[in-house]
Design a protein around this ligand. Structure first.
Ligand SMILES: [Zn+2]
Length: 266
């Protein structure tokens, strides 16, 4: 399921293939993916060249002059650039035909994604009350401290709430807490100042690392929790046992030995 690092790679893919290309036609193969009327999507893109692409959290925005194409990748969204129509992906929902004969398909088997148009990404972010992007250089520890100080509930829920921090999903929230040695159910108001800093640092480090090794086509290293998401597996950090639970309605993995709830600490 695409989270911030995956969407960052889609962003780079879009930049590498679609920027500088002019849209000649828009083919909607399955209108269920649209959050915009089909004629509005066509009017926004046809005859326009993509000149910029940016990301906020799990959202991609591509500037085509006065409008921005907005993509959300849901559970299974993907992009495919190709020349020959025979290479169109199986679950292409929208295909952009470029003037130079190439194509860009938005592919989504499960249809939880969104193809949309917005006049202004910043207005969209504000209207949907998306929190700051954790990799935005302007997002600092003091901002994170301020966010945390206003919240209660499980720390994992905080990390996954898009209106608090935009971009983290189930996998990277678990990974961040695993590296931070904090139990996912720990109450936010029980976190020490040092723990808040640790979460902030690890969250950003993990997202950057994930982008780096995914951009090289590699897999997650073995020291990552994601390689051990199985109940009873051995923790590569401390040899403890990996356990499964449910937090924020999502299957959550953690190490029973080095991620203890505060009340169980000495
Ligand atoms: Zn452990």
């Amino acid at each position: 399921m695409p989270e911030l690092p995956e969407v960052e790679l889609y962003c780079r893919y879009f930049a590498g293939h679609a920027l500088g290309r002019r849209v000649a036609a828009v083919r909607v193969l399955d209108a269920r993916i649209l959050a915009v009327r089909e004629h509005v999507l066509r009017r926004a893109l046809i005859g326009h060249e993509f000149v910029d692409v940016r990301r906020h959290g799990k959202h991609l925005f591509a500037n085509a002059g006065t409008s921005w194409l907005h993509l959300h990748f849901g559970m299974s969204g993907d992009l495919a650039f190709y020349r020959d129509d025979a290479e169109a992906p199986r679950f292409a929902r929208v295909i952009l035909d470029f003037e130079d004969g190439n194509h860009l398909a938005y592919d989504d088997m499960r249809l939880f994604g969104v193809v949309d148009v917005t006049p202004d990404p910043d207005a969209f972010i504000a209207a949907h009350r998306l929190g700051p992007d954790p990799l935005d250089p302007a997002f600092r520890l003091r901002d994170f401290r301020q966010i945390v100080s206003k919240r209660r509930g499980a720390v994992k829920s905080l990390l996954m709430s898009q209106e608090i921090i935009a971009g983290m999903g189930n996998l990277y929230a678990d990974e961040t807490l695993y590296r931070s040695a904090i139990h996912p159910r720990t109450s936010v108001d029980a976190l020490s100042e040092a723990e808040v800093k640790t979460i902030f640092t690890n969250m950003r480090a993990i997202l950057k690392e994930a982008i780096a090794f995914k951009s090289r086509g590699g897999d997650y290293p073995g020291r990552y929790l994601v390689q051990h998401r199985e109940e009873g597996d051995r923790c590569p950090q401390c040899g403890g046992t990996i356990q499964r639970t449910v937090v924020f309605g999502r299957t959550t993995y953690f190490c029973a030995k080095h991620q203890m709830l505060p009340r169980r600490k000495k």
